[in-house]
Structure formats: structure tokens, C-alpha cells
Write a protein that binds this ligand. Structure first.
Ligand code: VGL
Ligand code: ZN
Length: 203
């Protein structure tokens, strides 16, 4: 059994949004073509309370993209984004979520960020997704969405650690690319055993 995992295709990560990923909206038509091809389709939704610790605005004297040290390591500080209930936190209006069977919200604990769909950034607090997928008999995961070098990468790496076979759909992801983070992300995913595929190969 396979699952299509659609990571954070939300207004704030698309052009015009608070933390826009270049060409972020370009993944939408590609993902919409894929949703009918999988046993299980699920979405993640970045879902922060006001004043979240990952927001630069929560730290005096800090600006977006500064990096600070926190209990669990380095934390990039972001513009305020994907605030619970805001328009920016909604899925892109053209994204087909009708076939989605589960929406995993993440980043809802104020002191801790959560890039991965499996674990929060402390790398120990589970979201429950691993158990869900195992109970549903899923063995193989196809990862799509935003951003390739943050939530997609952390999700893919954790999925491998959780024992799933992982494929990243190259034309269905886009990255933020801070200081070479996109190239590093592809190298890390490749090194960990994630396979790269394309929507064309899947259709
Ligand atoms: C993301 C930065 C902050 C992502 C979420 O979805 O990749 N990036 N929050
Ligand atoms: Zn976030």
C-alpha cells in the first residue's frame, strides 16, 4: 500500500504569502494530477499559535532568517506564518483536498517548531503519523509539497527512519533555499535512501 503525502501547500508558502517559497504554487496542478493514483492521500498543515517561538517577531532584536540556539539545536527564525485560523494557514485554494483522508497539523506547540510530519523538531515528540501509516498497512510514501529544504526534507528523512520506503516527487516540490539549503537537502535525502521520482513517471 502506498500513500501520497502532501506537505504544507498553504497560502503562506505560495507567492504573495508571508513565507513565500519561489514558485510554491507551481506544485498545485502537479499534485492535483497525482491524488487519484494512491491508496491513501494525506496532507500536512503548518499550524502555529500567535507568538510561536519560531517567529522572529517573538524574539527582541531578531529578524527573519536569523538563526538562534534553542534546547533542541538551531532554529531558523521565520516571518509570522501559518497562524491558526488565518487565511495564510489555509490550503492553496486550487489544491484538491477532497480525496485527502487525514490532515496532520503540526507546529501547534508554542515553544517548539515542527518541520517533519512525524516528529517535532526535538526529534522525540511524535505526531502519531508513523503509527497511523503502519496501522493502515502503508509501506511506501510519495512526498510532495513545500518546502523541499525544510518540511519536505525533514518528513522524508523521518519517514526513512520510521522504516518506510520514500520517494520524493521532484516536480511536485519547491524549496526556500537559504544559503544552499536546497542542494544540501537533495544530498541528504539521497544519502539517506530517498528515491527521486517525477509526476510523469507516476501518471
Ligand atoms: C516550513 C519553515 C517554517 C515548511 C514551515 O513547510 O517547510 N518552513 N515552517
Ligand atoms: Zn512553520
Amino acid at each position: 500500500m502506498n500513500a501520497l503525502l502532501i506537505v504544507d501547500v498553504q497560502n503562506d508558502f505560495c507567492p504573495g504569502g508571508a513565507l513565500a517559497v519561489p514558485e510554491g504554487d507551481k506544485v498545485v496542478p502537479v499534485i492535483n494530477k497525482l491524488t487519484g493514483k494512491f491508496d491513501v492521500v494525506l496532507n500536512t498543515q503548518d499550524w502555529h499559535p500567535d507568538g510561536h517561538h519560531s517567529f522572529a517577531s517573538s524574539h527582541e532584536g531578531k529578524k527573519p532568517y536569523d538563526v538562534i540556539k534553542v534546547d533542541y539545536g538551531d532554529q531558523v527564525l521565520w516571518p509570522d506564518h501559518c497562524v491558526q485560523g488565518s487565511r495564510g494557514a489555509e490550503f492553496h485554494p486550487d489544491l484538491n483536498i477532497n480525496t485527502s483522508q487525514l490532515i496532520v497539523r503540526k507546529g501547534f506547540r508554542k515553544p517548539i517548531d515542527s518541520y517533519s510530519a512525524f516528529f517535532e523538531n526535538d526529534k522525540t515528540t511524535p505526531t502519531g503519523l508513523g503509527g497511523y501509516l503502519r496501522e493502515r498497512g502503508i509501506t511506501t510514501i510519495y512526498v510532495t509539497g513545500l518546502a523541499a529544504d525544510f518540511c519536505v526534507k525533514w518528513t522524508a528523512l523521518d519517514a526513512i527512519k520510521e522504516g518506510f520506503q520514500v520517494n520524493v516527487v521532484e516536480d511536485a516540490v519547491r524549496g526556500i533555499d537559504l544559503d544552499g539549503s536546497l542542494e544540501l537537502a537533495w544530498r541528504e535525502m539521497d544519502g539517506a535512501g530517498a528515491r527521486k521520482t517525477s509526476s510523469e513517471a507516476l501518471l
